[in-house]
Design a protein around this ligand. Structure first.
Ligand SMILES: [Zn+2]
Length: 548
């Protein structure tokens, strides 16, 4: 009877297709130690898990399987972004895009065009400007925006998300005037709202509807898959965003694997402990993300010594040591992993101190995360590994911030800035990402920056503080295994090994044999998740892009 039942069950759940062998590929992945491993074929089972990773020396597997010829193309594990803002990416694709504005006038022109094209928008929301790239080198003001749009509210977020400029209509809607005092940890200047003052204006913006959140998630997945991203550490996730992710999972619309970090303690009443992995390892509420300081661009990063280009300030300390400890301990006591944004050397030292105490209480296997870890005093870096602290860093921040960091910090404080190789040598774990939509989610410029310390144009020659360069294997490790480890997912994805998901990409060049500028321009031809192709470039586009 049991045998019959078993046979019947097996028959009913019989696979839609047998095992699949993808052969004739230039397979490349990183070992856990950051060495490059080569393979030429991948055998997947009917559920989309890796069965065997084969190199030339291996005999071909026996039995029935579907064969796919890889035509010698390069195959990499799906890339994982340890730190991104998933719905933020979707919304930024739907809202006024100000990335790359070359001047204040350019911003005004884009605002004028967007306002004309979207007469139905009750609020105009934009993001991505960076005054450091403008000849004016000054922050935009409410008056600047009023000169273009005065009939409805306009709010435009800076590229780093730590400052926002509002027009007079938006300030009026928020009940804020020129005399409103800024909250502690924040600043208001001529319509510019910085860090803790953002809340004053942000709360007036009408929240996105459920349908808009669903659209943003769908848009974000589309963008991520096209860049070969198959997993993300979803940072500062709101309840609305989490609900959109759950809806997508229920409706089988979730493709990218999301390791979710809640926005501070705001979700604690709804999601009081980490969830299990849901929807075939597509979604898990993993942790809670806090902020210890602001960002370098708006001089919100909390430094041990004053800013070199503004000696009156050391940036913004968000919490006292005791308060930071209380927040992180609250999250940890609920079983959550803790991830804390820290950019300045003072913020990093504070968070390390908090984690050292929590590591004694809960153990280092809690995998305490510091997000960004941009500026550290070199003496603090060896404190990471003993407490089990992971440095979750973004290589393209280094190339974007280089000139600004030199101004803000002066020459003497750069030794512990964006110090990837020093972090690895200290024995600490490194996870890479992009912080999209602050930077593009495209991981290839990140990989290229990691091995060269140069931007897309090869600047500066020889690389910026070149001793912090990584090997390609180390960089790929941090963008795959390292990012999965940082989200407690390394048993499920992050490398192609028997039992793990067959998440992989096919790309148009061999990243180990091209120069960094070519690596940065790598095109993803196909993205596969759980053994299924979920994205491929239009056939007409790929031959043109190839060989560039
Ligand atoms: Zn972020």
């Amino acid at each position: 009877m049991h045998k019959l039942l078993f046979a019947l069950t097996a028959l009913l759940s019989s696979p839609a297709w047998p095992d699949t062998l993808i052969s004739n590929v230039n397979g490349i992945q990183a070992s856990s130690g950051g060495r490059i491993e080569h393979f030429d074929s991948l055998l997947m089972d009917e559920n989309g898990r890796v069965k065997q990773v084969l190199s030339n020396a291996h005999p071909r597997p026996n039995g029935d399987y579907r064969r796919i010829d890889g035509h010698g193309r390069t195959l990499l594990p799906g890339l994982i972004d340890a730190h991104g803002h998933v719905l933020g990416l979707g919304f930024s694709a739907m809202q006024l895009d100000l990335v790359g504005t070359s001047s204040l006038d350019d911003l005004k022109q884009r605002l004028r065009a967007y306002a004309a094209a979207h007469p139905e928008a009750r609020w105009i929301i934009g993001r991505g400007w960076n005054q450091e790239l403008w000849p004016e080198v000054r922050f935009p003001t409410a008056a600047d925006l009023d000169s273009v749009v005065s009939d409805r509210p306009v709010v435009l977020e800076r590229v780093d998300g730590h400052a926002m400029v509002a027009n007079s209509a938006a300030m009026k809607a928020a009940g804020v005037s020129a005399t409103t005092p800024a909250p502690s940890g924040g600043r208001i200047e001529n319509g510019l709202f910085v860090d803790n003052a953002l809340e004053l204006i942000g709360k007036a913006v009408p929240p996105a509807t459920a349908a808009e959140n669903d659209e943003a998630l769908a848009k974000a997945q589309e963008i991520l898959l096209a860049y070969g991203i198959t997993g993300v550490g979803s940072m500062s996730t709101s309840l609305d965003a989490w609900n959109a992710m759950r809806r997508a999972g229920e409706a089988r619309r979730l493709k990218v694997r999301l390791m979710v970090y809640a926005d501070e303690l705001k979700l604690l009443s709804e999601v009081p402990k980490p969830t299990s992995w849901l929807y075939g390892d597509r979604l898990r509420m993993s942790g809670i993300k806090f902020y210890a300081d602001g960002a370098l661009g708006s001089r919100g990063a909390w430094l041990k010594q004053p800013y070199s280009d503004k000696p009156g300030t050391r940036g913004l300390q968000f919490h006292s040591d005791a308060e930071m400890l209380r927040l992180a301990d609250t999250a940890a006591s609920h079983g959550f992993q803790v991830a804390t944004h820290a950019i300045g050397d003072a913020a990093n030292a504070q968070v390390i101190g908090v984690y050292e105490q929590l590591s004694k209480k809960y153990g280092r296997e809690r995998r305490w995360r510091i997000e960004h870890f941009q500026i550290a005093e070199p003496a603090d870096i060896p404190r990471l590994a003993p407490a089990g602290i992971i440095a979750s860093m973004q290589p393209t921040h280094q190339t974007s911030d280089r000139l600004m960091a030199e101004k803000r910090l002066g020459p003497k404080r750069l030794a512990g800035a964006y110090a990837w190789q020093t972090v690895l040598k200290s024995g600490a774990k490194l996870a890479f990402g992009s912080d999209f939509p602050v930077e593009s989610p495209n991981p290839f410029p990140g990989l290229a920056a990691a091995i060269s310390r140069q931007d897309m144009n090869g600047e500066p020659p020889g690389g910026w503080i070149a001793s912090e360069r990584l090997t390609f294997g180390q960089a790929l490790q941090a963008f795959t295994r390292g990012a999965a480890y940082a989200g407690f997912a390394e048993q499920r994805f992050g490398s192609l090994e028997p039992g793990k998901w067959a998440d992989f990409i096919l790309v148009d060049r061999d990243p180990t044999s091209v120069d960094p500028q070519s690596l940065a321009r790598t095109q993803v031809l196909e993205t596969w998740i759980a053994g299924k192709k979920v994205c491929s470039r239009a056939p007409s586009a790929s031959p043109l892009e190839r060989g560039k």
